[in-house]
Ligand binder design. Structure first.
Ligand code: ADP
Length: 359
């Protein structure tokens, strides 16, 4: 048993309790995961995001021991997991397609892992009761799986993953099949639960908003490679590549040039002198809040769309003289602007962020 990762071993290196180092996974000719290194600290939730096919599930499956590594290593609490079978890695797994067992009732589903581990019936009952209370499903023990709503079924699946008190909880698109309102509600519940339990977790999603709402840190994957890892606000404030800038949801990505005096120009507009940003031809992110409607602004354009989102008017303006592909600027405004209205825009210049153009 001494090769099983234990809670005590974890204290050896809390900075990176889970340590995935230079992991590469290959399927035939496809390099699904390419030299990826990430760590998850004790009690931390790391969300792995990226578009479909970027290698998120492969990373999770490699940590679980469901895919072999072509190169690299996975250690947990200082223990190399390579030689350990999945069921000995002390993991709780919840997948989108990990359906509940239809022939078992709710209690039977939640107790499944406990039975496999040889818990006594009395302890199983007690643990099932605890988890149902935690999930707000007290009294659901005897319910048939087909009687559950989508949200209830996901809570039961989560309870099943958490029941054996796994050292690492791994979730792969756990709310993928649910509607948006329910996803947001369950994401909030999961965040509270992970905090309450001090649970270490690795969460895979294609949804940047879900990742930001849930995770302490977010790792962005693209085509099997790690683009950036950091706290949500770090990814937002200083995206390291244009891909990350787009992925975290910055709509205003501009190719800016600077003249000898450091005056930044974007298309036909002179934006002003930035305290640090001088490099010519750099890609620059203009956060939505950094651009405002202002009669004296240097950027002229026309409103093409206005929507009302979360209490703000979100206005899309087509700018005259903007570089190709960058014509539409998104701003927020306190009142409704009509489609077709001519507007001028100003930029809070020190809120612009330069993004490395490589990648
Ligand atoms: P994601 O979870 O981000 O959608 P995956 O990890 O599922 O991405 O897939 C990464 C890449 O590996 C994709 O190109 C996918 O087509 C490929 N892939 C995934 N699983 C297999 C498999 N079992 N056999 C062959 N190729 C696979």
């Amino acid at each position: 048993m001494n090769d099983t990762p234990t809670h005590d071993a974890a204290t050896a290196d809390d900075a990176g309790w889970l340590d995935v180092r230079a992991a590469t996974v290959v399927y035939g000719d496809t390099v699904a995961l390419d030299d990826v290194s990430i760590t998850v600290a004790d009690g931390e939730t790391l969300a792995v995001v990226g578009p479909s096919g970027s290698g998120k599930s492969t990373l999770l499956r490699a940590v679980a021991g469901l895919e072999p590594l072509a190169a690299g290593s996975v250690t947990a609490g200082g223990v190399e997991l390579d030689a350990l079978a999945t069921h000995r890695r002390d993991l709780g797994l919840m997948f989108q397609d990990h359906a509940l067992f239809p022939q078992l009732d709710v209690a039977g589903n939640i107790a499944f892992g406990l039975r496999m581990q040889g818990w006594s019936s009395a302890r199983q009952r007690e643990r099932v009761g605890e988890l149902l209370t935690l999930m707000g499903l007290s009294g659901f023990e005897g319910r048939a799986v087909h009687e559950l709503s989508g949200g209830e079924a996901q809570r039961v699946a989560l309870a099943r993953a958490l029941a054996p008190e796994p050292r690492l909880l791994m979730l792969d698109e756990p709310f993928g099949s649910l509607d948006r309102i329910l996803r947001e509600q369950l994401t909030g519940e999961l965040r509270r639960l992970l905090d309450e339990l001090g649970q270490t977790a690795l969460h895979v999603t294609h949804d940047q908003e879900e990742a930001f709402a849930l995770a302490d840190r977010v790792a962005v994957l693209r085509a099997g490679r790690l683009e950036q890892v950091g706290r949500p606000e770090e990814l937002w404030r200083s995206p390291s590549t244009p891909f990350v800038a787009a992925f975290v949801g910055h709509p205003n990505r501009w190719t800016v040039t600077a003249d000898a005096d450091g005056l930044l120009r974007w298309g036909g507009a002179a934006l002003g002198v930035h305290p640090v940003l001088r490099s010519a031809e750099s890609l620059v992110v203009a956060p939505v809040a950094a651009v405002s409607v202002d009669d004296d602004g240097p950027i002229g354009g026309r409103v093409v769309r206005a929507t009302f989102v979360e209490g703000r008017h979100r206005v899309e303006v087509d700018v005259d003289g903007a570089p190709a592909g960058e014509a539409t600027v998104v701003v927020e405004h306190h009142r409704r602007l009509d489609r077709g209205a001519a507007v001028r825009l100003a930029v809070v210049i020190d809120q612009l962020v330069a993004v490395a153009s490589a990648g």
